[in-house]
Design a protein around this ligand. Structure first.
Ligand code: FES
Length: 486
């Protein structure tokens, strides 16, 4: 009997991103069956994985968690009702396997008797044939087949993963993610950068309604919003109140930049991180009851006292209530002045947004070049972290061209390059000859027509870069840009 595993779970088991496995499928080094990987094929394709030792798996996961600034407390246990349901399911699997074994034992006992019965009056030749069949069967049943211990270890790891997390597929977009720990479907989707519709996030508004197409869910938070009987019959659930018991398929809309309404809220300062006299990061936290919906690469309007300004968000929508905004220290910018000289932890900041359509094209499977000019790094950072959490992009190359502020988050970019096989980072020193720098970048890509390019910088920098990339074969519609004022 074959044991099939979904691709996303295989990615977790072998601690590789999904796009690496998709690349293996494309080049024929990993065979799949209806999008699933057979256990023997998994063992063949990854002979070097130590299945009975998850130390390496944990090490890689920890490096990635740090590089992506993800919460580590995701290792929490699932909600107790969900855990009980998953244990029951595991118990059912075990009971089914045990009863199948009993059945095979009974068949063997019957065969044994039958062979004795047939052998009684058989010719010498038939007698010997029957006894060698029996000897063959007994010998093979007594011996552990080659590779069985390995298969057992993989199945044990997979069962453990299934106990701790459930796999979710969103239709029709095809987004996939895991629900870990005691997260609801909505929390897990946001943590994985999937922008599903929601409002209050606590069961009051009904904006997070979605339809369960397959699998089983459990209500883990009570909700005041009342679902009609017809909705319940059609499988409608509230994503903010339910968690999956097993692997589920959900029908829900994934929002684009134009679908997300402008929101107003008061956030609190967590910290101000001054990189150098020209640039600082402002870290703010939204209220528990009112998170900010946005997509990587968008901007927000911030105000404190009478000072205000619009800035690119530099963090990922997957970071829960935390938002990072990078503030250049421009002359005459009262808000920047407040950040550099006055703001402290717990101060209130008014937030309005999100704005802008500089977001990832999530339908594009193409490799990506990110081009950041100076403080244009902020929206690019947000896009990169969003792309990492979605795990959709085949490969990402970041070119950061210094422009007065220095490569103020150089270590972070190097950490990403260390943690990810599909990420490369090239810092470019400040130069008076931008033309020469851009020429050196584009000539490194003889196949530029295959790429998507996301660029952020001043209007002059973008215009020059755009010209270079188009001239070297980048299709015009694969160029995405965001203009900064310095
Ligand atoms: S987000 Fe309001 S009910 Fe779920």
């Amino acid at each position: 009997m074959s044991h099939l595993l979904p691709l996303s779970r295989v990615a977790k088991l072998v601690a590789q991103p999904r796009h690496t496995l998709q690349e293996m499928i494309r080049n024929g080094t990993l065979a799949t069956f209806d999008g699933m990987v057979e256990l023997d094929e998994l063992l063949r394709a990854f002979p070097e994985v130590k299945w009975d030792d998850d130390a390496e798996f944990r090490r890689v996961t920890e490096i990635k968690d740090k590089a992506f600034a993800k919460r580590v407390l995701e290792r929490a246990l699932p909600d107790k009702d969900v855990l009980v349901a998953r244990l029951n399911e595991l118990g059912d699997d075990y009971a089914a396997a045990k009863s199948l074994l009993l059945h095979y034992g009974n068949v063997m006992a019957w065969l044994d008797e039958k062979i004795d019965e047939l052998a009684e009056n058989a010719s010498d030749e038939t007698y010997h044939a029957l006894h060698s069949v029996r000897a063959f069967l007994l010998r093979n049943l007594a011996e552990m087949p080659q590779g069985a211990a390995l298969a057992q270890a993989v199945i044990a790891q997979e069962r453990m993963l299934k106990l701790m997390s459930a796999h979710v597929t969103i239709q029709p977009s095809g987004h996939e993610f895991f629900v870990d720990g005691n997260d609801t479907l909505l929390e897990a989707a946001l943590r994985n950068g999937v922008s599903l519709n929601y409002g209050c996030s606590n069961g009051n508004c009904g904006d997070c309604k979605a339809r369960l197409l397959s699998g089983e869910v459990k209500k883990v938070h009570a909700h005041d919003y009342v679902l009609k009987q017809a909705e319940k019959d059609a499988g409608v659930i509230l994503l903010c109140s339910y968690a999956p018991v097993n692997d589920v398929v959900i029908e829900a809309n994934v929002a684009g930049a134009r679908d997300i309404p402008v929101q107003h809220l008061t956030a609190r300062v967590k910290s101000v991180e001054v990189f150098n006299p020209q640039i600082a990061s402002l870290h703010i936290q939204t209220p528990r009851s009112q998170r900010l919906r946005f997509l990587g690469g968008q901007s927000i309007q911030l105000a404190v006292g009478g000072a205000h300004g619009r800035y690119a968000i530099a963090s990922c929508p997957c970071e829960d209530r935390h938002i990072e905004v990078q503030i250049p220290h421009r002359a005459g910018d009262a808000f920047a002045e407040a950040v550099f000289t006055m703001l402290k932890a717990n101060d209130a900041v008014e937030v309005e947004g999100p704005y802008g359509e500089f977001v990832l094209d999530e339908d594009s499977p193409r490799p990506v070049i990110f081009l950041a000019f100076g403080v244009g790094f902020a929206p690019i950072k947000s896009l990169i972290q969003h792309a990492m959490s979605l795990e959709l992009v085949e490969s990402m190359d970041l070119h950061w061209l210094d422009h007065e502020t220095g490569h103020y988050q150089d270590n972070l970019c190097r950490a990403w390059a260390d943690a990810l096989d599909n990420f490369s980072y090239v810092p470019h020193a400040q130069s008076d000859d931008l033309d020469r720098v851009l020429t050196s970048i584009v000539t490194d890509y003889p196949d530029l027509h295959r790429f998507d390019v996301y660029a952020a910088g001043t209007a002059v920098q973008l215009s020059l870069a755009r010209e270079h990339f188009m001239r070297h074969g980048l299709p015009e519609i694969r160029w995405f840009e965001s203009s900064t004022s310095t």
